[in-house]
Ligand binder design. Structure first.
Ligand code: TUI
Length: 308
């Protein structure tokens, strides 16, 4: 399947792995890129030495293009942005902010720049700032989210821009990919589906939560802090949600409780204190598979549906 995204990124399939903080490391990124998609390593809040090491390990595991996600709220974002240039990373995606100040230097270095955006206004700003494509991310996504749904957001972003659009949020199989293409997207970004992959290094308890999740098992917490986050329902996320609703947790107390909670979920599988970020599509995911099988199945199903 050729689209402007496969042309732009030099990959076989227009499937991009989400840049999930603490999750998206070199083994997962290399596996997705080796499967013909685009794997990403998440910068998150990591120090520069960690990300350099991850990029170099990924280069040893694949000769295919892969990328880095820069989380713009991170204190290390400036350093990580420069590191992508120094390490000649093929693609950079960004999240949780406006990357405009970095775009000229990335473009100068030949890096393909793909901001993740939750609204048409931001998408237009990114196109004007020189982005090569955008990821239009609906509120079905895991982690830090905007308000609009994938179904509503994607066609509006497609209509507003000339550059290609990648759909994200609630996509985990070929039906979701085909639907995204009917909305005008030329690629898809998947996070939650790759959480339940063999190469993903998250704690076994995290994978089990995804496999066992039902349609109603995700919850958005933290709207009142200005950083709404979608998680799997656990004792901890339910405590946060009820504390937010009934006022028994102040926004400051909420921030203290959630500080470091993503690491506790990903590395420790800590159900009492961990934030298990994941998308609303988790209920549809029933097995842990190699990334290659995930990509192949999605492509076969999407191509069949789109060729009907
Ligand atoms: O970034 C994500 N998802 C994330 S980042 C993350 S780590 C984190 N930890 C604590 C607080 C916040 C994040 C977990 N999940 N997705 C892409 C995304 N970007 N969603 C929403 C946005 C976004 C929001 C505001 C993009 C641009 C933006 O711009 C505001 C501005 O500066 O104009």
């Amino acid at each position: 399947m050729k689209t402007r995204i496969t042309e732009l990124l030099g990959c076989e399939y227009p499937i991009i792995q989400g840049g999930m903080a603490w999750v998206a490391e070199n083994n997962l990124a290399a596996a997705v890129s080796n499967a013909g998609g685009i794997g990403l390593i998440a910068g998150g809040n990591a120090p520069i030495d960690y990300l350099r090491d991850q990029i170099r390990k990924c280069k040893e595991k694949t000769d295919k293009p892969f990328g880095v996600n820069i989380m713009l709220m991170s204190a290390t974002a400036d350093d990580l942005a420069q590191l992508c240039i120094d390490e000649k990373v093929a693609v950079v995606t960004t999240g949780a902010g406006n990357p405009a100040k970095y775009i000229p230097a990335w473009k100068e270095a030949g890096i393909k720049v793909i901001p993740v955006i939750p609204s048409v206004a931001l998408a237009k700003r990114m196109e004007r700032a020189g982005a090569d494509a955008v990821v239009a991310e609906g509120t079905e996504s895991g982690g830090h989210i905007g308000e609009n749904t994938t179904m509503c957001l994607v066609p509006q972003v497609v209509d507003a821009l000339e550059i290609p659009v990648i759909a994200a949020g609630g996509i985990a199989d070929g039906r979701g990919m085909a639907a995204s293409f009917m909305l005008g997207a030329e690629g898809v970004q998947l996070g939650t589906r790759f959480l339940a992959s063999e190469e993903c290094q998250i704690h076994a308890i995290f994978k089990e939560l995804i496999i066992k999740a039902k349609d109603t098992d995700s919850v958005v917490t933290g709207r009142y802090t200005g950083h709404p986050c979608r998680n799997i329902k656990t004792k901890f996320s339910k405590k946060l949600a009820s504390g937010e609703k009934d006022g028994s947790l102040t926004p400051d107390e909420f921030e203290v409780l959630t500080l470091g909670s993503l690491r506790k979920a990903v590395q420790d599988g800590n159900l009492d204190e961990g934030s298990f970020l994941c998308g609303a599509i988790a209920g549809m995911i029933e097995d842990v598979k190699p990334c290659e099988a995930i990509v192949k199945e999605i492509m076969e199903q999407a191509e069949k549906l789109l060729n009907r």
